[in-house]
Design a protein around this ligand. Structure first.
Ligand code: ADP
Ligand code: MG
Length: 238
């Protein structure tokens, strides 16, 4: 059974259709990249999966269970935002451990989990700092740590690298790939960056105007684009 399924998912804002019947099925351990230009509905789709917004039609299921009316905290998903969304007044350690703190996990157990995750992300030397004392790349690692520590069924990444400079963006790709393999995580990863999609994805879903154009492994999307739009968006420049 697929981990996450979307069946004819629709979203309309003020009479405007933003998602026009999305069908997708994510297998366990897959890193699916949702690729498309700015404004095509990528963040809207992630928000629906996370439960931060409600669908106008269709069904979202996790492990077969209908999620449409399940509140965000009861969905087994963790989102990593482009803007990091860290708590500015908390240390790195508390930012990472905050989800466990809310669940009432005891202090010692929490500290051990924070150490383990921070070690994995190579930020264990930064645990006492506040977010303002970190670089962009370090902040993004903290944001990922906060998601990883919750051990969710599904990770949702919304353009996590787009605020980083070019060199760091490429380094972090490697990091994300490594984490994906190490955790065996199931990930929906949103980007407008074709080369990021080609490097990271097990499959790419190309989105245009709220309609999925093609879902295939990177090589296949590149070599056998489903239509002229996909060819133009992801293919080699003429
Ligand atoms: P992407 O993440 O691909 O750049 P979004 O999902 O953020 O695109 O937005 C898709 C479209 O939906 C845009 O036209 C945007 O203006 C519109 N939109 C997104 N959120 C809202 C909202 N809360 N209210 C009205 N329109 C919205
Ligand atoms: Mg977006």
């Amino acid at each position: 059974m697929a981990t996450l399924t979307l069946e004819n998912v629709r979203k309309r804002f003020a009479g405007q259709d933003v998602l026009n019947g999305i069908d997708l099925a994510l297998e366990d351990g897959e890193l699916l990249v949702l690729l498309g230009p700015s404004g095509c509905g990528k963040s809207t789709l992630l928000n629906l999966i996370a439960g931060l917004d409600t669908v106008s039609g269709g069904a979202i299921r996790i492990d077969g269970r209908l999620m449409n009316d399940v509140p965000p905290k009861d969905r087994d998903v963790a989102m990593v935002f482009q803007s990091y969304a860290l708590y500015p007044n908390m240390t790195v350690a508390r930012n990472i451990g905050f989800g466990l703190e809310m669940r009432g996990v005891p202090r010692a157990e929490r500290a051990a989990a924070v150490q383990r995750v921070a070690g994995m992300l190579q930020i264990d030397h930064l645990l006492d700092r506040k977010p303002a004392q970190l670089s962009g790349g370090q902040r993004q690692r903290v944001a990922m740590g906060r998601a990883i520590i919750r051990n969710p069924r599904i990770f949702l990444f919304d353009e996590p690298l787009s605020n980083l400079d070019a060199k760091l963006r490429v380094d972090m790709r490697t990091e994300i790939k490594r984490l994906h393999q190490r955790l065996g995580a199931t990930i929906v990863y949103v980007t407008h960056d074709q080369s990021e999609a080609m490097t990271l994805a097990t499959r790419i879903a190309v989105l245009k105007d709220g309609v999925i154009q093609q879902v295939d492994p990177p090589q296949r999307v590149y070599e056998e684009p489903a239509n002229i739009y996909v060819a133009g968006f992801i293919g080699a420049p003429p």
